[in-house]
Design a protein around this ligand. Sequence first.
Ligand code: NAP
Length: 311
Amino acid sequence: MPARLLDGTAIADEIRAEVQPRVAAFTAKAGRPPGLGIVLVGDDPASDIYVRTKVKSAGESGLRADLHRLPASTSLDELLAIVERLNKSEAHDGILVQSPLPASMGAEAERRVFDAVQPNKDVDGFHPLNVGRLVQNRPTLTAGTPSGVIEILERSGIPIAGRHAVVIGRSDIVGKPMAMLLLHRNATVTICHSRTQNLPAIAREADILVAAIGRPAFVTKEFVKPGAVVIDVGTSRVDDKALVERLYASGSKRRDVFEKRGSLLMGDVHPDVADVAGALTPVPGGVGPLTIVMLLRNTVIAAEQRWSESR
Ligand code: NAP
């Protein structure tokens, strides 16, 4: 029996509908909407799409979203000055600096910038103070993608406590916070990475398998215990015709999309996994929509907190 598809778009709509009255209530009492300052440096096409989607989505939900576009030649000091301005701004409750930053800014740039964002405006949950709070299971602003995964699991009625969760990927923005959130919900968590030995065998022990790698179709059937819940965080734009033809039958929807656009958004999970898994998030339409809506929710939470602290 093919896996149950976990519809991220529908779950994101549900959360958006819950956020809406909070946005309205905040706007009424504060005399301004919750505000989000987004900074995009350089001209990475994927980042450009992500940022535009975030601005549009914020606007549709009644938030104020200001996009600061900076050329790739921007210096780290200039970027830090903009972050500082947003830190001081009364109108902005959340600050997001789109990753990745141009390589020319240097290897430490991202950390320096994330460290500079005021923790109570850190709607991406990347500041070390917020990461520490997450590790200690205290209330905090938590990274959107892993929080979105938890929403998918919980709202789909998938039990987490006592289950074995395997997370493939250990990045600061997905893998590590994902593992923490699962641990705090009493899963037994294994974190895997590029140096993990016997990866398919370890993954096969998972009741909940989260793939956050960035390698299209890497997780094949042999990684998946029959009936397991598989969450595909990966998003890679693929223009390799041979790969797409190998993965998707001629005449299938995905092949049609590829033929029309010349590229395909693909997850880390091989399409055949649908024959083995109990439940599966699609790409697109799985984790992606949650990442955006969790950002909006974090901005509203940050706005509410700043408002109550200022009273
Ligand atoms: P990342 O920083 O590049 O981290 C990738 C992780 O995968 C690393 O921990 C790496 O291990 C591990 N890895 C790489 N190759 C591996 C292999 N052969 N076997 C086992 N582990 C391997 O990426 P990220 O920022 O976490 O993002 C991961 C994916 O999620 C990307 O496709 C990204 O586009 C996607 N993403 C999606 C959303 C969304 O909204 N849907 C949001 C964020 C990210 P090492 O640590 O050992 O190098």
